[in-house]
Design a protein around this ligand. Structure first.
Ligand code: NIG
Ligand code: FE
Length: 431
């Protein structure tokens, strides 16, 4: 048996009780911690934890790795429930175009954007796509990410969407972090269907979804529901087809315009509504209140915010305060992709959440752990220091306080990253 003991931690952070599936509203600021804590893991799962004052001692020292975490925090590993990490090439030319004054939409209208990425991806071999995405994920794990959702959406043909999802499936098999996959065929209208939108929707709903499900390639379905991309009725059609095949929706909505997508996604029982940079009062009410026709007690859609996308595109930041103050369980993610967020660093997302979204450090940590795990249906496995969950943990360097983590932005505060009890990054405490 592989056993791990972490002792003398400055605090164990995020010791959510078993059974908590998400944390909403004011409770997000009540991050549970155990000061001066110890934690035991066996075969990659957390088996016991508590305060050093009540440390029971060790009877059997065989096969035991002991970490002295004096002065350091132990946190649940970061979960990233929204990424496009499988892609063919970066787009730094568009970055320069943006500096020169073009907007994301103007770049897309000139043939840049998602279609630019799709043409490159179609031409790239599965092997090269895998090798590149693997490198990105190794960097993200080093930065504390222990679970990631990966979307397709740069193929836009049956063959290339399947190629992307097969790459993601292989990443899941070969890397230690948890991977969930999402079919985002409705990311942009491919040029072949320029005059036949309904034809592309048919392809997605009648061919891609059934085939992806038959091959076990996706956990969720996504739609970029936005002016000039896909309409609300088109999103509804894809969400219905996904639901008929057991794929919950995780949708891109309200990034640039508010067109009624949230109301529709809530009605369809989407697992998460992501972006939310442009929100009306009606949108917030739709998320925070009873769905008009559903049988659920309240909307189950988790608002998932992507502040590094706002940072990079210089678009508004999502109204996190209003969402939390309306009683919602906000999650955070990176949105890692070549066009709007060429960074998968969730430590930076933590800082932006506090600096730009005005989330408290405790709220932002809850959003990147418990609620982020929930936004990818991993709440039973990750997101908290809880007996029975995976021992996928972060051990910080010596820092003065928890608030120091987002405060001193751009500085690497992590010492060690463990996934299922095994180090993917060894710092001082494990050297
Ligand atoms: O989440 N908005 C849609 N999709 C991505 C960007 C995709 C791209 O520009 O390549 C996003 O921001
Ligand atoms: Fe995205």
């Amino acid at each position: 048996m592989r056993r791990l003991l972490i002792k003398n931690a400055k605090a164990l952070v995020g010791t959510f009780p078993a059974g908590v599936s998400r944390v909403a509203g004011p409770a997000m600021a009540q991050l549970p911690v155990i000061e001066n804590g110890w934690l035991m893991a066996e075969d990659g799962r957390i088996t016991a934890l508590g305060s050093m004052n009540d440390f029971p001692g060790i009877a059997d020292w065989s096969d035991l790795t002991v970490i002295d975490a004096t002065g350091r925090y132990v946190l649940p590993g970061w979960c990233d429930p929204h990424t496009h990490t499988v892609f063919a090439a970066p787009r730094e030319e568009e970055f320069v175009d943006k500096i020169n004054g073009l907007t994301y939409q103007e770049i897309a209208a000139r043939g840049g954007g998602i279609l630019n990425s799709a043409m490159k991806l179609r031409a790239m071999s599965e092997e090269d796509l895998f090798a590149q995405a693997r490198e990105r994920l190794l960097v993200m794990m080093h930065q504390g990410t222990v679970a990631v959702e990966i979307k397709s959406g740069y193929g836009l043909t049956l063959e290339s969407e399947l190629k992307m999802l097969r790459v993601a499936k292989r990443l899941k098999a070969e890397l230690p972090l948890q991977v969930k996959t999402t079919l985002l065929a409705a990311h942009a209208l491919p040029p072949e269907f320029k005059e036949d939108r309904a034809g592309y929707l048919d392809l997605i709903c009648n061919t891609m979804i059934p085939q992806v499900v038959a091959e076990g390639l996706a956990d969720f379905v996504d739609v970029f529901c936005e002016t000039n991309y896909f309409t609300v009725p088109e999103m509804e059609r894809v969400l219905e087809a996904g639901a008929a095949h057991g794929l919950p929706g995780k949708v891109h909505v309200n990034q640039f315009t508010s067109i009624g997508a949230i109301q529709a996604a809530v009605k369809q029982g989407a697992l998460s509504v992501d972006h939310l940079e442009v929100m009306t009062e009606a949108d917030i009410t739709a998320l925070a209140s009873l769905p008009s026709t559903g049988h659920r007690e309240r909307s189950e859609a988790i608002p998932t915010l992507l502040p590094s996308c706002s940072f990079f595109l210089r678009i508004p930041y999502a109204p996190a305060r209003q969402l939390i103050d309306s009683g919602l369980p906000v999650a955070l993610a990176s949105d890692h992709n070549p066009g709007s967020t060429p960074s998968g660093n969730l430590n930076f997302v933590l800082s932006l959440a506090c600096i730009q979204l005005r989330m408290l450090p405790e709220e932002a940590i809850t959003a990147l752990t418990m609620n982020a795990a929930a936004a990818m249906q991993l709440e039973g496995e990750l997101g908290g220091l809880t007996i029975g969950k995976r021992a996928s943990l972060l051990i910080t360097r010596e820092v003065p306080s928890l608030a120091y983590l987002p405060y001193a932005f751009g500085t690497d505060h992590l010492d060690t990253v463990l996934i299922d009890g095994k180090p993917v990054r060894s710092g001082e405490v494990l050297r």
